[in-house]
Design a binder for this molecule. Structure first.
Ligand SMILES: *[C@@H]1O[C@H](CO)[C@@H](O)[C@H](O)[C@H]1NC(C)=O
Ligand SMILES: *[C@@H]1O[C@H](CO)[C@@H](O)[C@H](O)[C@H]1NC(C)=O
Ligand SMILES: *[C@@H]1O[C@H](CO)[C@@H](O)[C@H](O)[C@H]1NC(C)=O
Length: 392
């Protein structure tokens, strides 16, 4: 440990001007012996952000402590932050006041890249998580928050052991995540991989997620989100929702999930809305070419989503679900109910299509089954097991 703190003295953050930009800033002067990197990074960010043309900040390999940091725009030119180091968060969540360990906000043309790791050190904070006990639970810090970011790229980095969600996306437009690794234990609470809300044009390509909650969760106001080449598990699957818990939620539409593999995940593809909910819609959602390997509830629409029984389960959900397709979904299930479609009695699901489903259950709890409530899906191609026999 002592060595790690000592190496802090050696840390260098460079600001490298682009070829077309005459400014070169040496930020090592911002380093203060005995401190973590947050002040140096904030200062370097300010310089880069104020400089016209492309600016590049580099945190080279090594291991450094990093406290809470907020990197705000608008900036005068594009900024690249390359992280090749392992950055280590404070163990105690109370040292992070603002909800996020690293927050980037109000920036256009931002790039976060590199082979580095953001280590949230969540082990201690997880023991303080009380979300299974109370509706308004303690809000623990998120590793990386991208709020109101446009035309930007997040590439290559690793998020490890976040105290809560690994990545939160809010109010973004044209933002791509690619080649990320997101890792936390399967039993770490509320460690969603990437949570997106109120954003338009978010792409997630080739991201590997092993975590304790949803691998990807899409909250209200998600529009035009493409998820391709994600591997998920352990984790709770790829989820739309939960929706209908809060007032003023915006519609979800234009979701594509393609070429993804789920392995040893608690759920597969899930759309979840709260019963007794407020009004809303989720539409135009397409799931295609998905492989399940020992996954619970491979396909599930759950309009009675009520974790820890914190709601009135018998009142119908008021979220309208329509224009949904599931195509080429195959593999093995760890639960006998391989397809469960539990739609709202108030607003039955509309225009839901199933094509070429092949889901096998090898366990000892009986044959593979499917259930359909308040839905009449359109069926084409092969269905194994036959989907909702009673509707044939
Ligand atoms: C989206 O952002 C990328 C940068 O990641 C940029 O190259 C591209 O032109 C943007 N697309 C649109 C439609 O603005
Ligand atoms: C998502 O994919 C679809 C089809 O592959 C494409 O038409 C659409 O432009 C993509 N959306 C974004 C935000 O890249
Ligand atoms: C499909 O996803 C895998 C990762 O699971 C990726 O390696 C591969 O490139 C993807 N293929 C296509 C066509 O996107």
């Amino acid at each position: 440990m002592a060595n790690m703190w000592k190496s802090l003295l050696l840390v260098a953050i460079y600001v490298v001007a682009s070829p077309v930009d005459a400014d070169t800033l040496d930020v090592t002067k911002y380093l203060q012996p005995g401190h973590d990197l947050s002040q140096a990074l904030a200062t370097a960010w300010k310089e880069a952000c104020a400089s016209p043309g492309l600016s590049k900040l580099v945190i080279p390999g090594g291991t450094y402590r990093l406290g809470e940091v907020v990197l705000s725009g608008p900036c005068k030119g594009p900024v690249v932050l390359q992280v090749d180091a392992t950055l280590v968060a404070p163990v105690n969540h109370n040292e992070i006041k603002g909800g996020g360990w690293v927050t980037v906000q109000n920036v256009d043309q931002f790039t976060l890249t590199g082979s580095g790791t953001f280590d949230g050190q969540g082990q201690y904070a997880w023991t303080k998580n009380d979300c299974s006990k109370t509706w308004n639970c303690l809000s623990l810090p998120i590793n990386l928050r991208f709020h109101f970011i446009t035309n930007s790229l997040i590439n290559g980095i690793t998020s490890l052991d976040s105290k809560q969600f690994h990545v939160n996306v809010l109010g973004c437009r044209n933002l791509t995540f690619q080649y990320l690794k997101i890792t936390a234990p399967g039993d770490s609470p509320n460690t969603d991989g990437i949570h997106i809300g109120r954003s338009n044009g978010v792409n997630i390509f080739n991201v590997q997620i092993k975590t304790g909650d949803d691998c990807v969760s899409l909250g209200d106001g998600c529009q035009n989100v493409n998820i391709t080449g994600v591997t998920c598990g352990p984790g709770h699957g790829i989820s739309v929702g939960s929706l209908g818990k809060y007032p003023g939620e915006e519609p979800v539409s234009g979701i594509t999930v393609k070429n993804c593999t789920l392995k040893n995940a608690m759920n597969g593809l899930r759309i979840k809305t709260w019963p007794a909910s407020l009004r809303g819609t989720a539409s135009n959602m397409h799931f295609e070419d998905i492989v399940m390997d020992n996954v619970g509830n491979p396909v599930i629409i759950d309009q009675q989503y009520c974790p820890w029984n914190q709601c009135k389960k018998n009142a119908p959900s008021l979220i309208k679900i329509q224009d949904v397709s599931f195509k080429n979904i195959r593999g093995t299930s760890s639960t006998p109910e391989v397809v469960k479609l539990a739609c709202s009695s108030q607003f039955p699901c509309k225009n839901v299509q199933f094509g070429n489903i092949d889901l096998v259950y090898h366990g000892d709890k009986g044959p593979a089954t499917t259930t359909c409530t308040n839905i009449r899906p359109a069926i084409f191609g092969n269905q194994n097991p036959p989907l909702c026999r009673d509707l044939a």
